[in-house]
Design a protein around this ligand. Structure first.
Ligand code: PRT
Length: 104
């Protein structure tokens, strides 16, 4: 089982735990707006680490993004497999949209 699949199972289990002893349960109690805010913050911190931080900081922030993305997907009942299926689908689609490539 890969890391994200294991994390998905852990998050599903910890959502029902005691918020005093589980960060996932605490986020679940605080609800979707907090989860969305945390994901946004971690995404911004990842960008900052990429632009001005060390490699180690970037790895840490990227891990935070994936963790908070997984927490949010669990809250919205979206299985990781659905995201992977979408990525697999895109493998069969051309990577560059001609119109977008001209505007950037
Ligand atoms: N990946 C993580 C993870 N990353 C960070 N954190 C926790 O996030 C908490 C807060 O970190 P931040 O500094 O980002 O946030 P803060 O500003 O202090 O707090 P808030 O913004 O949330 O109020 C800390 O307590 C960290 O321990 C995590 N807590 C849990 N996990 C994973 O989730 C699993 C289940 O965790 P529990 O639910 O705690 O058992 C763990 O086994 C891990 O795999």
């Amino acid at each position: 089982m890969d890391t994200l699949t294991r994390l998905e199972a852990t998050i599903a289990q910890r959502r029902k735990a005691d918020p005093d002893t589980s960060y996932v349960a605490q986020l679940t109690q605080r609800g979707l707006p907090v989860m969305a805010r945390k994901l946004g913050e971690e995404a911004v911190e990842t960008c900052i680490a990429a632009l001005a931080g060390s490699r180690e900081e970037l790895v840490g922030e990227a891990a935070d993004v994936l963790f908070h993305l997984m927490v949010l997907l669990a809250e919205k009942d979206v299985p990781l497999a659905d995201v992977m299926t979408e990525l697999d689908r895109r493998e069969g689609v051309s990577g560059i949209d001609e119109k977008n490539s001209r505007s950037e």
